[in-house]
Write a protein that binds this ligand. Structure first.
Ligand SMILES: C[S@@+](CC[C@H](N)C(=O)[O-])C[C@H]1O[C@@H](n2cnc3c(N)ncnc32)[C@H](O)[C@@H]1O
Length: 371
């Protein structure tokens, strides 16, 4: 297995200590999803996590397999759009109420940590689609802090990279070939140029009708251009039995139900491949990954991924829960008490949970190609 390049992400997060897990045999343990692990490189595909019975950390220990994650990012705030404050967090004002997660400093730090988590997951790759290094126009929808767009612009100097979002939370100083616009990806797309590559990551909580967003992406691509989505699907999955009495399981049920009721379900990513094929994309590829909640899996790769995901989730659970649970009638204090218990479950190595992640990419057919 190729070692992930930690230095690439040193500005956003660092992992200290060393993993003690071995590179044990690939698991043949059945999982509760019907997904198949697809090979995604030169034999370096991570397998479905298998349980590490020997080197797990105590369940009151936030360090994983000797690792801990330290965040150290800061983004410059733009004042183009003011924010809306609610329950001590801030939210986007442009198209107010659409997106349920906060946009404040705490959330921005989490997003940058999550960028590092995607980096560890994909072993340093920003994309899996087979794009050309000479590509020209690139769009990153729902770009968040813009960290992916900025790194992509640095790696692809010939590209003009545009990042769009509802929130103006991108830095002011960016590479000359990178820029940001406030834009709603659910509106009709009216960009003046077509794109060679469109990227969208961690969009699972965003859209009412993701298919219409994918259709707009198809129309906005040059013939031969690629769309790539990197996303997760709620609820968490488990191996060795589903812990129905746990707060983690109940929390997943609550937020998935609440999100579906709000009209923006958090279960879309599992359908991306099918939807892209329906729309007319060709050569659509799906690759599956797994984010374990703690040190329960075997192997250095999964322990490292779990270290990042646990930190991401513990930092994010309040922001993820607030809107959806208050809309279901929960009081702030009740939510705080409940998620404190969920946090304990996330660190409990007897609960072998993971979030399924998939990367899906496909190509708009070329002009002389039947799609
Ligand atoms: C979980 S964050 C992911 C950010 C970024 N893609 C990343 O991976 O770091 C989701 C982002 O989508 C943005 N968003 C949500 N709905 C949107 C919409 N309809 N149009 C544009 N951006 C949207 C949010 O403001 C937020 O910044």
């Amino acid at each position: 297995m190729t070692a992930p390049n930690e230095n690439e992400h040193a500005s956003v997060a660092s992992v200290t200590g060393s993993a003690t897990g071995d590179e044990g045999p690939l698991a043949d343990r059945p999982v509760s999803t019907a997904q198949i692990v697809v090979s995604w490189g030169e034999g370096s595909a991570p397998s479905v996590p298998s349980v590490d019975n020997e080197s797990v950390a105590g369940d009151d220990d936030s360090a994983i397999g000797g690792m801990s994650v330290v965040t150290s990012t800061q983004s410059l705030r733009s004042s183009i759009y003011e924010d809306v404050e609610e329950n001590g967090r801030t939210y986007h004002r442009f198209k107010q109420g659409k997106y349920p997660l906060p946009n404040d400093e705490k959330e921005q730090e989490r997003l940058d940590l999550q960028h590092a988590l995607f980096g560890v997951t994909l072993e340093g790759k920003l994309h899996l689609a087979p794009i050309k290094h000479s590509l020209q126009n690139v769009l990153d929808i729902a770009t968040g802090t813009g960290i992916w767009a900025i790194e992509f612009a640095q790696q692809f100097p010939s590209a003009r990279v545009l990042g769009t979002d509802l929130s103006a939370i991108q830095p002011l100083y960016v590479p000359p070939n990178c820029r940001f616009e406030i834009d709603d990806a659910e509106d009709e797309w009216i960009f003046s140029d077509k794109f060679d590559y469109i990227h969208g990551r961690a969009l699972l909580t965003c859209f009412k009708d993701p298919r219409s967003v994918l259709r707009e992406a198809f129309k906005a691509l040059e013939p031969g251009g690629y769309l790539e989505l990197q996303d997760g699907t709620f609820p968490f999955q488990y191996i060795d039995g589903v812990p129905r009495d746990s707060h983690l399981y109940k929390w997943n049920e609550i937020v998935v139900t609440g999100a579906a009721k709000s009209g923006r379900p958090w279960t879309n990513a599992q359908h991306y491949k099918e939807w892209m094929e329906e729309i007319g994309f060709v050569d659509v590829v799906e690759k599956n990954f797994y984010w374990p909640t703690n040190a329960w899996p075997k192997g250095e790769y999964f322990k490292k991924v779990a270290a990042y995901w646990q930190a991401d989730f513990l930092n994010g659970i309040e922001g993820i829960s607030l809107k959806v649970m208050t809309a279901m009638g929960w009081e702030l204090e009740e939510i705080q008490v409940f998620i404190a218990e969920v946090r304990k479950d996330v660190k409990d190595v007897n609960i072998k949970a993971y979030l399924p992640i998939n990367v899906v990419y496909g190509r708009r057919p070329g002009l002389n190609e039947v799609g």
